[in-house]
Design a protein around this ligand. Structure first.
Ligand code: ZN
Ligand code: ZN
Length: 280
């Protein structure tokens, strides 16, 4: 069966998939339409445009997964189909990058104060905290990555270092203005309580949310319930494997079971993009 996977991470965020391996990955898994939805950046798309554009054996939909703040809690929003060169959208991505850089500067300062000094500090702004944590554990500065995060980000049980995250409202607005649409990612991670989720969806819809990620591996037992809520509010259904690395192979298997079909995606095409930002 042909597969549509609208939630894939690559090495441009916390996945292991190389952009140069995307074609073989798509072929192996029979994926005909995919979206790379890296966390908080769209770097994969500039790599694709520059180096691999002639190489594609699948359709690609521009995507991103943005960590946002919503009423003092954290929710992940998936942006799809936006023009990634749009000015306002670019500004949003730049602000997010800046927030990561500011946080990393604070982390490096804290490490320096403890006498942990290493060469080429700038590279970690690009590589990110997770990779820095692994690097420091490998060099014996911390017992494990959890210890690194706890030591650096907390003081007497209270979180003292915090990255400024964009508001859900601003992310939805920027993606919509860039000609795309927003789907609420993996609602089950936010709450197991379906009526709470429904309320959240109603609120986000009033801010311009267009879709809900009903098909997600963590929701495979009750995805029909998410579909029911989504349809009740006339929103679109999206889905994907949330593939990160070989540990999430079974996530892809789930997608095959669901039969997440071209019919559903067709609806998404018609209502939101008119195929405008979809390249072959
Ligand atoms: Zn997520
Ligand atoms: Zn994800």
């Amino acid at each position: 069966m042909d597969i549509i996977d609208l939630h894939i991470h690559t090495e441009c965020s916390d996945g292991s998939l190389k952009i140069s391996d995307l074609s073989s990955f798509a072929k192996e898994n029979n994926i005909k339409v995919l979206s790379i939805t890296d966390h908080d950046n769209v770097d994969a798309y500039s790599l694709l445009n520059k180096e691999y554009s002639s190489d594609l054996n699948y359709k690609i939909i521009p995507g991103v997964e943005i960590t946002t703040e919503h009423n003092n809690s954290i929710i992940h929003l998936l942006g799809y189909g936006m023009d990634i060169n749009n000015k306002e959208f670019n500004m949003l991505i730049r602000q997010i990058k800046l927030s990561f850089a500011t946080q990393m500067t604070a982390v490096l300062r804290k490490l320096r104060n403890r006498g942990i000094v290493f060469e080429d500090e700038k590279q970690w702004v690009i590589k990110g905290l997770d990779k820095l944590a692994v690097y420091l554990v490998e060099r014996g500065y911390f017992d494990n990555t959890e210890a690194f995060f706890y030591d650096i980000f907390y003081c007497e049980g209270k979180r003292v270092l915090q990255r400024k995250k964009p508001k859900s409202r601003d992310v939805i607005e920027a993606v919509n203005k860039a000609g795309g649409f927003v789907s609420l990612a993996h609602p089950v991670i936010i709450s197991n309580n379906l009526s709470e989720i429904e309320e959240l969806i109603i609120e986000l819809k009033s801010l311009g949310l267009s879709a809900v990620e009903c098909y997600h591996p963590l929701q495979s037992n009750n995805y029909n319930e998410y579909i029911a809520i989504t349809k009740r509010h006339n929103l679109l259904i999206t889905g994907g494997s949330d593939f990160h690395d070989s540990n999430s192979i079974e996530y892809l298997e789930n997608i095959k079971k669901w039969g997440y079909s071209f019919e559903i995606l067709g609806e998404v095409f018609d209502q939101c993009w008119n195929n405008r930002n979809i390249s072959r």
